[in-house]
Design a protein around this ligand. Structure first.
Ligand SMILES: Cc1cc2nc3c(=O)[nH]c(=O)nc-3n(C[C@H](O)[C@H](O)[C@H](O)COP(=O)(O)OP(=O)(O)OC[C@H]3O[C@@H](n4cnc5c(N)ncnc54)[C@H](O)[C@@H]3O)c2cc1C
Ligand code: SF4
Length: 487
């Protein structure tokens, strides 16, 4: 038996111990314009894995199909892959599969959890508590450690006044080697030959691509940065690209780290007094709560979920986003975040959700196109992670299956939680006029445009009442219509 290993199954928990086939497919890279940093990470990860063991046979093929078409597949086995596309490929070639790995909860157990809720709404909080009970993470018998399940209220501080960074320890960074240099050379050559299109700036590698590096990155985060994770989790600063986030989504999504080992490492740090409960609980909630939850919802909501477009948002993705070119963007918050994506293909959660996601929803960008844009432009973007985050959480395109209200906010929120508004030509407090903030005016315009869809949603009762009191709504409508998606 040979194992067909996918490029997001690179850690020891995916290794069945026999001969391994690993495919490097130029066709997959050529199919869409990837971020430079993402292409770099995937190739580097695959080639490092191949170099690690003589049991791994690296196959260079235009596509998986091109390779598999010429093979006898009855002796192949694969761990269930992570996308509808790859599961169809496996079925087409009649390859034996084993249950998926790399997540905390089995798909069958999640289905049972859903069934047992009957008509009760699916809620992250309930799912997360069950994961804690099941794994014993941060539990004292039947009770949560620290007496409560959730310390979110302690993890929402605005950044310190006037600070350019939160002064967390510098993030871990790998040392590049000959394989990385060859990857960079190949990418440049393929671009010159017109074989692939890449966006974003070529730059150093920021994320772990081997098991050894991933363990180092995990240990470094837990020792040096976990203690400061919680407090400013929802804040953003122009000069502080990583804040105190873990940067572990890449090694986890490459299958180099198992989420449970990541969570256990954080729990151990708490037990050893290295980090407080608010930081540790906040981090563990992300890793075994949110990450597993969006994975489960990918399968639960089904393949067509990405087609949802409840708010009938039809605007194309702006050129400046597609090309990751911040030079013509006037709104400071958008220009800086697009610039950060261009540099590393990575943003932390609140910049993805409350800046790009919020603004995309306000401006009516097409949710399916936005989903693809996030997948192509972000180093940790995968087909499974995006739909619940983009279609559901950030765009409310599913009409409320995932969130009870849209994650929409005006400039006041950005002004409070970031330093983007300082130095911006717009004023977050102004709705109409030359310096009217496109996020503040955009927020009211968004509520107004979707009034029918939101009527009756009691969680929106207060903002809708505020909308009804606006005296300058006509001017806002006209101004934002003229502004379009050109911020
Ligand atoms: C619009 C949008 C797009 C996103 N795209 C991606 C993506 O392409 N890939 C991705 O892994 N995450 C994505 N996320 C979730 C989250 O923003 C990233 O996981 C996180 O920013 C990665 O940085 P980190 O590893 O430093 O995370 P930390 O802040 O250190 O969090 C720890 C871990 O928790 C997990 N996590 C936290 N929130 C989520 C979530 N909502 N969904 C899935 N995992 C979560 C990640 O594995 C992350 O590594 C997206 C969220 C939004 C709102
Ligand atoms: S003023 Fe408005 S557009 Fe400018 S950075 Fe603040 S929120 Fe963004």
């Amino acid at each position: 038996m040979q194992q067909l290993l996918f490029a997001d199954q690179l850690g020891p928990h995916f290794d069945l111990g026999g001969e391994i086939i690993l495919v490097e497919s130029l066709g997959r890279l050529a199919a869409r314009p990837h971020h430079w940093a993402k292409a770099q990470l995937i190739l580097s990860a695959i080639r490092h894995r191949a170099a690690e063991s003589e049991r791994v046979h690296l196959v260079r093929a235009d596509s998986y199909n091109a390779y598999l078409d010429g093979q006898e597949t009855e002796d192949l086995v694969a761990i269930n892959p992570t996308s509808y596309g790859f599961r169809k490929l496996i079925a087409k070639h009649e390859i034996k599969t084993l249950p998926s790995r790399g997540f905390v909860i089995d798909e069958a157990d999640f289905a049972a959890w859903v069934a047992q809720r009957k008509s009760k709404r699916l809620l992250l909080e309930d799912f997360y508590r069950d994961v804690r009970r099941k794994t014993g993470l941060l539990m004292q018998g039947a009770d949560p450690v620290g007496g409560q399940w959730n310390f979110d209220h302690e993890n929402r501080e605005a950044p310190p006044k006037g600070a350019q960074t939160i002064s967390a320890a510098e993030p871990w960074q790998p040392v590049e080697d000959e394989i990385d240099r060859q990857v960079a050379t190949d990418l440049q050559r393929w671009v010159q030959e017109g074989k692939i299109t890449l966006v974003g700036e070529p730059g150093p590698r920021w994320f772990a691509v081997t098991r050894k590096e991933a363990l180092e990155a995990l240990q470094y985060f837990v020792e040096h940065r976990l203690a400061t994770f919680g407090k400013y989790e929802d804040a953003a600063l122009i000069q502080d690209w990583a804040m105190s986030h873990s940067l572990l989504s890449v090694p986890m999504n490459l299958g180099l780290l198992d989420p449970l080992e990541v969570a256990r490492a954080a729990e151990q740090a708490y037990l050893e007094g290295k980090a407080d409960i608010a930081s540790v609980e906040g981090f563990i909630r992300q890793v075994v709560g949110w990450r597993d939850y969006v994975w489960q919802l990918y399968w639960h909501f089904g393949e067509d979920y990405v087609l949802n477009n409840r708010l009938e948002a039809l605007e194309p993705i702006p050129e400046s986003w597609l090309k990751l070119d911040s030079s013509a963007i006037k709104a400071n918050c958008v220009s800086h975040t697009i610039d950060k994506v261009s540099k590393r293909g990575w943003l932390h959660h609140i910049e993805r959700l409350m800046i790009l996601g919020n603004i995309a929803m306000q401006r009516g960008l097409h949710p399916g196109e936005l989903n693809d844009w996030f997948i192509n432009s972000f180093v940790d973007g995968t087909p499974w992670v995006m739909p619940a985050n983009v279609i559901g959480m950030s765009q409310y395109a599913d009409g409320g299956k995932m969130s009870t209200k849209p994650y929409a906010g005006g400039g006041a929120y950005i002004s409070k939680m970031t330093d983007y508004c300082k130095g911006c030509q717009f004023d977050p407090k102004v709705r109409v006029g030359e310096n009217a903030c496109p996020v503040t005016a955009g927020y009211w315009n968004f509520l107004d445009k979707n009034l029918e869809a939101f009527r009756g949603n009691h969680r929106l009762a207060q903002p809708l009442a505020g909308l009804g009191r606006l005296k300058d709504l006509d001017e806002i409508r006209l101004q934002e219509q003229q502004r379009g998606t050109n911020l």
